[in-house]
Ligand binder design. Sequence first.
Ligand SMILES: Nc1nc2c(c(=O)[nH]1)N[C@H]1C(S)=C(S)[C@@H](COP(=O)(O)OP(=O)(O)OC[C@H]3O[C@@H](n4cnc5c(=O)[nH]c(N)nc54)[C@H](O)[C@@H]3O)O[C@H]1N2
Ligand SMILES: Nc1nc2c(c(=O)[nH]1)N[C@H]1C(S)=C(S)[C@@H](COP(=O)(O)OP(=O)(O)OC[C@H]3O[C@@H](n4cnc5c(=O)[nH]c(N)nc54)[C@H](O)[C@@H]3O)O[C@H]1N2
Ligand code: SF4
Ligand SMILES: [Mo]
Length: 692
Amino acid sequence: MNAPAEFARAVCPHDCPDTCAMRVTVENGRAIKVNGDPDHPPTQGVLCTKVTRYAERVHHPKRLTQPMKRVGRKGEGRFEPINWDEACRLAAGRLGEIAQRAPEAILPYSYAGTMGLVQGDSIAQRFFHKLGASRLDRAICAAAGAAGLRYTFGSSLGMLTEYFAESEVILIWGANPIASNLHFWTRAQEAKRNGAKLIAIDPYRSLTAEKCHQHIALKPGTDGALALGMMHVLITEDRLDHDYIAAHTHGFDALKARALTYTPARVAAICGIEEQVVVDLAHLYASTRKAAIRMNYGLQRVRGGGNAVRAIACLPALTGAWRERAGGVLLSSSGWAPVDANALQRPDLIPGWPQHQPRIVNMNQIGDALTHAGDAAFGPKVEAIVVYNSNPVAVAPESAKVAAGFAREDLFTIVLEQFQTDTADYADLLLPATTQLEHLDVHKSYGHTHVMANLPAIAPVGEARPNTEIFRSIARAMGLTEPALFESDEDVAASAFDWSDPALGGADWAALKREGWLKLNIAEAPFANGGFRTPTGKCEFHSEALAKAGLDPLPDYLPPYESADGAPELAARYPLAMISPPARNFLNSTFVNVESLRATEGEPHVDLHPADAARREIADGDEVRVFNDRGSMRARARVTDRARSGLVVGLSIWWKKLAPDGRNANEVTSQALTDLGGSATFYDCLVEVERA
Ligand SMILES: Nc1nc2c(c(=O)[nH]1)N[C@H]1C(S)=C(S)[C@@H](COP(=O)(O)OP(=O)(O)OC[C@H]3O[C@@H](n4cnc5c(=O)[nH]c(N)nc54)[C@H](O)[C@@H]3O)O[C@H]1N2
Ligand SMILES: Nc1nc2c(c(=O)[nH]1)N[C@H]1C(S)=C(S)[C@@H](COP(=O)(O)OP(=O)(O)OC[C@H]3O[C@@H](n4cnc5c(=O)[nH]c(N)nc54)[C@H](O)[C@@H]3O)O[C@H]1N2
Ligand code: SF4
Ligand SMILES: [Mo]
């Protein structure tokens, strides 16, 4: 007889600002359906198409269910099953040996396969800290923007997402919420129905841009100039909130001098748009009380990304838009949650801490790091890499170098995964990890202001184990005895937040578990009366901290590395700017292997403006080769004015082995880093395209 269906509460684990609450229907120990929780205010009962299929992913026939060891060549993806004891013995033997000799030769590599604070970076970090391994700068996505916000507001703080529904103007800036921030789009639609004007600022006519009232298609990487041009108009026409500036900002005179060099004419030339567009945008922005900006990460994957975010973040303090709860700016809300990172990750476990600081490897330069022979400056050659929550062979820039690094026969590679990804193919040991329905976790969000608990809905599939349990097992096999390595997931979750912080309103882990989620106490208009978390307590137009670091204390426009302004000789050879933002039906490289979702995306495409296509005798539907000095990929051309002229758009991130030519957009992207934060510059990339 069938057991009655049960409903369990879960949280969507994916790297998405929406952090939805899910209800899981379980029958006979199997998850048969996930739905959006109708009671959770940010979720409103709706999940995106991808995650509606989460049960399909959890019980997918290709789930990894047993530990395996490599039998084929590196990258070939041939394995044979082994048991957990054997897997842990092999891992412990090799890692233990290296840790004795050269602990920094061990490199953990992880990102946001799950955003959970427990399965993300708790026991894993403690384990690597205890060994004294290299540290990873987890800067592949948001670090430039985070630095931009930190130097301006003091942390990743912004408007509360629910009040965008009341805004009168919304600038959707470097963001494509229909694909990547669906629940924000619902708010923007509400605002639109109430008469708000929506303006997309994006080089590409994205799914979102085509539904806005106006689309400003600037050249990629020129957003800082546009923001400074808006400031020029606000200042010269005196459309400023002088009281707000006097009370709550720092460095106005210096910013003014900088902005005055960005005349609308100069800005128009930099951005490749009409001068009147700059002026009109500034007028509309300044003359609307409830003026809101939804930035997203698309605009900061270029050389000047940190400065661009900083410049845009200054706008609401100039006009006093912060006075309204429906005014201001949001890039990330993650800084509102009082996460106790030290308790989770325990850097104090590092031998010799804090005098001894193991080297930090920027994850965006993993290609260089894995192919480096080691020297005094770099430190020891990387001998072991342990990958979890990430798929670097598909997602990291300059993929040919990344793959060459992973292909090293002398590199010991452990991959913790749910599926046999492009990266898993290179593993020496491939260890099966649980999904969100099988383990416990606790979450904050970077798009709303709830903290949430995820409770296991079903038992682990096959022999899969949570990341935490895998690291505990390896630590045990190494004979480590540090108690922090063996804390239970419950105890780790309970230490995730500083519960004494007033934002949590006196709640504790038990309460969070019982309720499922908790809304943080934050003022509706968080900066109406200042209260920024910078050293001055003000919105810092001028940052002493930047000056001390030897950097420009004011926001500025920095031309992309790869542009006619930044590198004229390169631009002559590779005249097209390529961006590769997320496809709607994938989540980074996750879900590419779910057949129904891959079928919807079809095959790898590049969108090309008709003028650029004509010049190259490329017709719609032709197979083309996209290339530069770093590499090449093939795709089907779509000739469309969705891409502004000079732009190539390849929606991403395909698994390489599921693409017809075994390659993806990261063949051509570069390992160069942003101005602030050491972020990746995926959208700062010149290419040429030819018919294949
Ligand atoms: N469906 C889906 N959702 C996702 C993801 C996914 O892969 N698929 N990924 C998740 C992750 S990890 C992240 S970080 C976010 C990313 O989502 P977003 O933060 O929205 O960022 P992107 O999608 O990278 O880019 C958004 C838009 O910026 C535009 N853009 C590119 N370069 C520039 C520029 O220089 N200036 C301006 N103004 N615009 C530019 C792109 O054309 C794109 O339409 O989405 C998350 N959500
Ligand atoms: N060309 C190009 N490249 C990009 C981008 C782009 O826009 N263009 N976007 C960049 C951005 S913004 C980001 S954030 C990165 C994303 O890069 P990644 O964080 O590597 O994201 P995913 O590709 O989704 O890979 C996550 C992997 O984690 C696994 N996973 C999920 N949950 C768990 C778990 O609990 N345990 C374990 N062990 N594994 C788990 C999933 O199966 C999946 O294979 O990619 C970057 N790369
Ligand atoms: S990916 Fe984003 S929109 Fe989709 S269910 Fe997860 S949190 Fe919600
Ligand atoms: Mo990201």
